[in-house]
Design a protein around this ligand. Structure first.
Ligand code: ZN
Length: 265
């Protein structure tokens, strides 16, 4: 885990230095020029990289194959401890683990956001390392993300449970209440555009202060539960190419809408 942290820190340092110079994100964003290497567009074979649109998005593919040990505070200054991460759910028809699905979708979402001009940072790019919810949020905080998007899928005892939700801190969050208006706006925009693009049933926004990954984020954040892996039809849909195409479009449209200020509030 220490190695991962060191690598993450190094990557962030390199990003900050290359993108902003040794200054903080807010000031540096104006100076930022898109990094061609980051767009993964081969010269001469693809359209030129789009101009940087001024927004940094951090994507967090939920869970991992390796679990961090122990607990961490529920939020900054909290005496309540919570497990650093959970195993997550799994597909009862696809056979996929949640950490596999979230990484597949996150990689596709990164490509889509890059094509729309965003600067994108991932909290993990493989499933071989443990990373806690706090450590994931630390990455979003370190790069000064305009939006921190946590990708998850749901599970339930009933195979009939279906639909999507986003999860947001409450207005009275004791840790990072200042992010509430923006996080609520982001949660609404992402959920609405997601359900519009995918046709999934909306389960609404779940407002809760029990998510340590949200509590540790000092930048606007939302967690999306894309659907239920315990529902065979929804599980197979999320595992399909066609489903993932719609999922990515929906989330990206929600992020666009958030930044354009056309949310529901
Ligand atoms: Zn999850």
């Amino acid at each position: 885990m220490k190695r991962v942290l060191a690598v993450s820190t190094l990557i962030i340092s390199m990003l900050m230095l290359s993108a902003f110079g040794p200054v903080n994100g807010a000031e540096g964003r104006k100076q930022f020029e898109p990094d061609v290497a980051n767009t993964e567009v081969e010269q001469g074979t693809a359209p030129a990289a789009p101009a940087f649109n001024g927004h940094i998005v951090v994507i967090d593919p939920g869970h991992s194959a390796v679990m961090p040990r122990g607990t961490e505070p529920l939020g900054p200054g909290s005496v309540e401890q919570k497990a650093k991460d959970a195993v997550g759910t799994h597909g009862n028809a696809s056979g996929l683990m949640e950490y596999q699905l979230t990484l597949i979708v996150s990689n596709k979402l990164r490509e889509e956001l890059l094509s729309r001009g965003y600067f994108v940072v991932m909290t993990r790019e493989d499933s071989e390392h443990a990373i806690s919810c706090k450590e994931r949020a630390d990455i979003a905080n370190a790069v000064g993300a305009g939006a921190y998007i946590r990708i998850h899928a749901n599970g339930a005892a009933s195979a009939k449970a279906n639909g999507a939700m986003t999860i947001c801190i409450t207005q009275n969050n004791p840790f990072t209440p200042a992010t509430y208006p923006a996080s609520s706006y982001l949660s609404a925009a992402v959920l609405d555009e997601y359900c519009k693009a995918t046709g999934r049933r909306s389960e609404g926004i779940w407002y809760t202060d029990t998510m340590s990954g949200n509590n540790w984020s000092v930048v606007p954040t939302t967690l999306i539960e894309m659907g239920y892996m315990t529902n065979p039809a929804e599980d197979l849909w999320m595992a399909s190419e066609e489903g993932q195409k719609l999922i990515v479009q929906g989330i990206a449209n929600g992020i666009d809408r958030y930044f354009l200020g056309l949310g529901l509030q």
